[in-house]
Design a protein around this ligand. Structure first.
Ligand code: C5P
Length: 236
């Protein structure tokens, strides 16, 4: 599938049109940003790892009842996806307190939550993805109540599948972010990626962080952690 005009360039990916208006090519970059792009760098092999992990997870998520935009992996850094309009509401699912949740509420990182917590943020680089609620999203026309109900149902299904998938591979899924898109038919599908950029992964035995927090917090061995996560995901 030939790449035509670049439709969008984000912090970690580029999206290209193709000769088929219903299909896009997504190209994964090694560029990394954190803290609303105040911290910038590159993580060796990140694009390859995130493309590979997403390409393994998305078809399995679809098998578990959540439709996705994923079509096929094209190369080390490229995948073919269905064209969607991204819903500008990022969904964060938390199983264990960490990151901004711990900071906001004064809860120690690592405190288990008695049920998954679903949070919503407005997807805006300029504003630093502020926390919102579903009323805000409806009032500002970002998503309908029906769409948000579908999105929450899908997010919890993805969480149930991923928690089990990763635990079998010795990884605790602490929290993660999902993005959803709309096909031209209006159908909501899971979009974007699921990777060490968008999830917190802690080794179940040692508690070692195997995700982007190694970059955010200058913990070292960032590339090694990403490659270790790919190894675990590829394990049968
Ligand atoms: O920073 P915070 O604790 O809110 O992040 C929650 C989860 O969502 C983390 O796994 C983080 O990697 C992910 N996230 C993301 N993109 C954002 C914000 C958070 O992938 N813009």
């Amino acid at each position: 599938m030939q790449k035509l005009d670049m439709k969008y360039e984000g912090k970690a990916k580029r999206v290209y049109a193709t000769e088929d208006q219903d299909l896009y090519v997504v190209e994964y970059k090694d560029d990394a940003t954190a803290f609303n792009a105040q911290k910038r760098g590159t993580i060796g092999q990140k694009g390859v790892v995130n493309n590979a992990i997403t390409a393994i997870l998305f078809p399995q998520i679809a098998d578990h009842g959540v439709p996705t935009h994923f079509v096929e992996k094209l190369s080390d850094r490229e995948q073919l996806v269905k064209a969607v309009t991204i819903v500008p509401v990022e969904v964060v699912i938390r199983n264990v307190a960490a990151g901004s949740f711990s900071k906001r509420l004064g809860i120690d990182e690592g405190t288990p939550l008695s049920q998954p917590v679903v949070e919503y943020c407005y997807k805006s680089d300029a504003l630093g993805d502020p926390l919102i609620n579903t009323d805000t999203a409806v009032a500002l026309g970002w998503a309908s109540l029906d769409d948000l109900s579908t999105i929450k149902d899908y997010a919890l299904k993805v969480n149930a599948f991923l928690k089990d998938f990763f635990l079998k591979r010795g990884i605790k899924l602490i929290d993660f972010k999902l993005e959803f898109g709309k096909l031209s038919s209006g159908e909501i599908v899971l979009a974007d990626e699921i990777s060490p950029d968008t999830c917190r992964f802690w080794d179940a035995k040692t508690g070692e962080k195997l995700d982007k927090d190694r970059f955010r917090r200058d913990l070292g061995n960032v590339e090694e952690a990403y490659l270790e996560m790919l190894r675990r995901v590829e394990a049968q």
